[in-house]
Structures are given as C-alpha cells and as structure tokens.
Write a protein that binds this ligand. Structure first.
Ligand code: SF4
Length: 320
C-alpha cells in the first residue's frame, strides 16, 4: 500500500499573552490508502488542532504535509480549493456543524453547489438522494431540518456532506462522542462499511481508546502536543509501553470481574503547553519520573517492530 499522507515535524503554535502555546509540536507520521489511523489523547492534547492543520483549516507553523505525493504545506487558498474535495472532515457535534436554517437536502447539496459538480438541479437532487441512501438516512427526511432529527441522523447528514465530493481522506474529529452508545455503534459500523465500499482513508480523532480499538489499523497516542506512542492497534493493546498510554488504557471499563484491570490514577499537575521546557512533558504526572526526565525531552524511537515510544526509561519500565 502506498502513502496517502506523510506528515513530518509538523508544528502548530499559537501566540498567547504568556508566550507561545505549542498545540502541535514536532509531530511525524504517515498513513496508507484505505487505512484508519487513530489519534488518541485527553482533551487539550492537540489532536483536533493536528487534524485541522493537516486539512489547512489552520496554517502550520512549520513542518511538512505531503498529500498524495504533493507538498501541500504552504500552498495558497486557491490551490487548496482544488484539493479540498479530496480531504474532508466530519465534526464532533453534528448540531453545531450544520446550518439550522437549511433542510437536509440543502445541507447535503451545499458542497456540490459550491464546487458546481452538476449542471442541473435534477442531477444534484438525484445525487443528494443517493447520498442519503449511502449513509442510511431515509428519504422521507429530505425536507426536514436538523432540530427535527436525533443525533445519529444529524451525524449521518455530516457524513453525507463529507462524502459528497468523493474524498480520499476524511478527518473524523470525535464523530461519535456526542452520541449515545447504541447510535455510536451504528455510526462506527457505517464508517467502516463506507471505507470498504469507497476505499476511504480515515484519521480518527478521539479521547476514547475503546472506540479506536475497533476501527483503527494504527494508533498515535498524543500528550500535550506530541506523539508519545505509535504502533499497530493490536500491538498497542497487547503491549502498551509508555506510562501515559498505560494509564489511558487502564481507564477503559471492562465488563467482566475476572478481567478487570488495575486502574492507574495519575497524580500531579499537567505541564504547561506554553513555552514548554526541554523535558518530558509527562514527567510531573509520571510514576517513574527521574531527574533526567526533567532535564531533557525523550525522542520518539522505534523499540522494535515499528513500535515507537517517547520515554527515556521505556526499556527499564517494561523489562525489554
Ligand atoms: Fe516517565 Fe521519564 Fe518516561 Fe517521561 S521519560 S514517561 S517522565 S519515565
């Protein structure tokens, strides 16, 4: 499989009164066609900013973004408009991402209208109905408005909009976290079916490791703007190596008394993402922190089998 996306040393900083907020700091990864990459971390870890920066909704501070072999890091808005159909986003809150004054058909037709995909209204209406069928939204809702629908149906409109221009990469930013559990499962199944049928690649951003476990091929765990562990999904759940990722995993509820995990409770203050020191950002909360952790930042290194971890003492902690 060849690469659809390659991100190298990507940084996104925001100026704030106290200095520079390092929202995304030196992030590198690649994705292949048809793959789902899970990006996981607590809220505020920079995962949504990473998605928006890749889709150029935020201009990057530095680094490189290669999409389908083309460097898109610094292309202008006009050039990016031509690329936009190939790169779409599904947002977390379907209600706030939809226009309350537009009917279902108008919402789904909007990208088709902007990109002048069809010459006649009849062709466009036909495509809107086809998209409603694809995402499992009954045709009887075509003239309804977002407030008349439940969360799952609203998210299906968001997915139909994202699919309208036949994209190759979709950044799914917490697409199920505003939905109840039953609807979450339906939307996740729908996304997986669409991926198989249309050969889509997903960057799936979430705070919920149990969600990405079922949908991702590979996972990046982020902490304060940086990737701290990155590997194949099965490997992460079998062999978690970074102390933060271990704590995150221990918080997943297990519906069995026999297999219940010991929950790791993190203590200590979260380090500041504003002008961060050259140190491990997890050190103030890490059970294994030593002097060296506060004196230099660990690099993300391959500890074997393409399993990359940013921790000075990963071997010692895990007996490798
Ligand atoms: Fe913990 Fe030190 Fe490893 Fe950071 S580098 S995760 S503080 S042991």
């Amino acid at each position: 499989m060849s690469e659809i996306l390659k991100v190298t040393n990507l940084k996104k900083y925001f100026p704030v009164p106290a200095g520079m907020l390092h929202a995304v700091d030196d992030v590198s990864f690649s994705m292949h066609y048809g793959e789902t990459l899970g990006v996981v971390g607590e809220s505020g870890c920079g995962k949504s900013t990473l998605g928006k920066t890749i889709l150029r909704l935020e201009p990057p501070t530095s680094g490189e973004i290669i999409f389908e072999g083309e460097d898109i890091t610094n292309i202008d808005d006009k050039e990016f408009k031509a690329l936009r159909p190939k790169m779409q986003m599904i947002f977390q809150d379907p209600l706030s991402s939809l226009n309350p004054r537009m009917s279902v058909s108008q919402q789904i037709a909007e990208p088709l209208r902007i990109y002048k995909v069809y010459k006649s209204n009849e062709e466009m209406e036909k495509r809107v109905l086809e998209l409603m069928d694809i995402v499992g939204l009954a045709r009887r809702y075509v003239d309804t408005y977002p407030h008349e629908l439940d969360g799952g149906r609203r998210q299906r409109i968001g997915i139909a909009r994202a699919l309208a221009l036949r994209p190759k990469l979709i950044v799914c930013d917490e697409p199920v976290s505003a939905l109840d559990v039953l609807i979450q499962a339906q939307i996740l199944n729908l996304l997986q079916d669409l991926q198989k049928e249309h050969g889509l690649s997903y960057m799936f951003i979430t705070h919920d490791l149990s969600v990405v476990k079922h949908i991702s091929n590979n996972i990046c765990v982020m902490y304060l703007g940086q990737i701290i562990e990155q590997c194949d999904t099965k490997e992460l759940f079998k062999n978690t190596l970074h102390p933060y990722a271990k704590a995150l995993l221990s918080a997943i509820p297990v519906p069995s008394l026999k297999h219940r995990r010991q929950k790791i409770l993190l203590k200590g203050e979260l380090a500041s993402p504003i002008n961060p020191k050259n140190a491990c950002r997890f050190a103030p909360r890490c059970l294994y922190a030593k002097e060296e952790c506060f004196a230099s930042a660990p690099e993300l290194v391959d500890v074997g089998g393409n399993h990359r971890v940013a921790c000075h003492f990963v071997k010692e902690i895990n007996g490798l």
